[in-house]
Design a protein around this ligand. Structure first.
Ligand SMILES: NC(=O)c1ccc[n+]([C@@H]2O[C@H](COP(=O)([O-])OP(=O)(O)OC[C@H]3O[C@@H](n4cnc5c(N)ncnc54)[C@H](OP(=O)(O)O)[C@@H]3O)[C@@H](O)[C@H]2O)c1
Length: 350
């Protein structure tokens, strides 16, 4: 197959892969993965592209997909396979005319250093528009989640109170800023004083609350009530105690967006279901509770980028990235999502 390539490639290259090997009962970490190498032939079949990974995504959904019960996927992530993940990569050689060696692309390449992949699985990136790493963050899946989750499910109006949990993370930090741009008063919830200072000082939120400073939902609830008076939109990334604190504070016709429940991922999803005991608040306030999934908006990716892209280019939005150096650190970095050691979008760079 004729191909364009950066240099003359050897007949084979070594591909390093992180294999998901063991199901975690609790918090996921390096002990559930194994680093393997394979020999990859560089000769391409029709339609194939050879890529080299540069930025690899680390996301909470990876732990959801390790749950043994059905989630939004019917089956859990298969054992003994490469950890699936979004990746920003460089084209080394290509068999298709619209992708050339040196081009930047994004796709579900997985935690591996190289791949031969069909061109239809790749989205070509323009590095002149924004740093290519943003294809995994503000201009990628987290940006899509934040934009459509807030605007379509949260439906914020100027002057309303929006509360965002997980507010210093990839999705939450964007939701909070989008809500401010809608003219809302925004309270962010995050773990630790430093993250809360960042939310107020760098993201311009009206209030920030450290949930780790409270030992009960009641105490957290009291502080949020005192600050906001009540909540019109609750964008939930974490579930658990934080959500228990906010539901009693919802205003008439509040919209509750269930985006994630990270406090439940480390084993909780495999436990017997506990019925939510706060549904009476939905009744009193005629509130709406809606789950939202980024994958339902894939066909509207261009729309999100047309709206959010100019905010990024103009520097009107903070899109922090925490970039860990080293392919070997991928499983440990996944583990750190659950300790909250990062701000904004968490990535590993090779
Ligand atoms: N519905 C969708 O399509 C969709 C798409 C993307 C993401 N999500 C969900 O959105 C949420 C955020 O994802 P992300 O990629 O933006 O991750 P992220 O917020 O950047 O990282 C996760 C954060 O969760 C917080 N956290 C961890 N354990 C917690 C606990 N027990 N209680 C409270 N907070 C905890 C930590 O922040 P602190 O330091 O503040 O504790 C951590 O930094 C996740 O629940 C994810 O599953 C959903």
């Amino acid at each position: 197959m004729s191909a364009t390539s950066l240099t003359t490639l050897p007949a084979t290259i070594t591909n390093s892969q992180w294999i998901y090997l063991r199901h975690p009962d609790g918090i996921v970490g390096p002990e559930h993965y194994e680093l393997r190498t394979q020999t990859l032939a560089t000769e391409l079949s029709a339609g194939e592209v050879l890529v080299e990974s540069h930025y690899l995504s680390v996301d909470p959904y990876m732990r959801i997909n390790q749950s043994l019960k059905p989630t939004y996927n019917e089956l859990p992530h298969a054992l003994n396979t490469v950890q699936s993940a979004g990746v920003v990569a460089r084209v080394l050689s290509s068999s298709v005319p619209h992708l050339a060696a040196g081009d930047w692309v994004e796709g579900m390449i997985g935690w591996q250093t190289h791949a031969r992949i069909h061109h239809s699985m790749l989205r070509k990136l323009d590095p002149a528009v924004a740093p290519v790493s943003t294809a995994l963050g503000v201009l990628g899946m987290p940006g899509r989640t934040a934009w459509f989750g807030l605007t379509e499910s949260g439906r914020p109006h100027a002057g309303e109170v929006v509360v965002v949990s997980g507010a210093a993370g990839a999705v939450g930090s964007l939701v909070a800023q989008f809500a401010k741009r809608h003219g809302c008063k925004v309270l962010g919830i995050a773990g630790g004083a430093a993250k809360c200072d960042w939310l107020r000082d760098n993201l311009g939120l009206d209030w920030a609350v450290d949930y780790k400073a409270h030992h009960s939902a009641e105490a957290l609830s009291a502080q949020i009530k005192q600050l906001t008076g009540g909540v019109d939109v609750y964008f939930d990334n974490v579930g658990g105690m934080v959500t228990d604190a906010i539901i009693p504070l919802i205003n008439r016709r509040a919209r509750i967006v269930i985006c994630g429940s990270i406090s439940q991922y480390s084993g909780g999803l495999d436990q017997p279901e506990l019925g939510p005991r706060f549904l009476h608040h939905m009744l009193y306030q005629r509130a709406t509770i809606q789950g939202m999934l980024a994958r339902d908006y894939v066909h509207r990716m261009d729309e999100m980028q047309r709206i959010v892209g100019p905010m990024v280019t103009a520097g009107q939005i903070v899109f922090e990235e925490t970039i860990v150096q080293g392919f070997e650190l991928l499983p440990a970095t996944l583990n750190s999502l659950f300790t909250g050691d990062h701000r904004g979008k968490l990535l590993v760079q090779i």
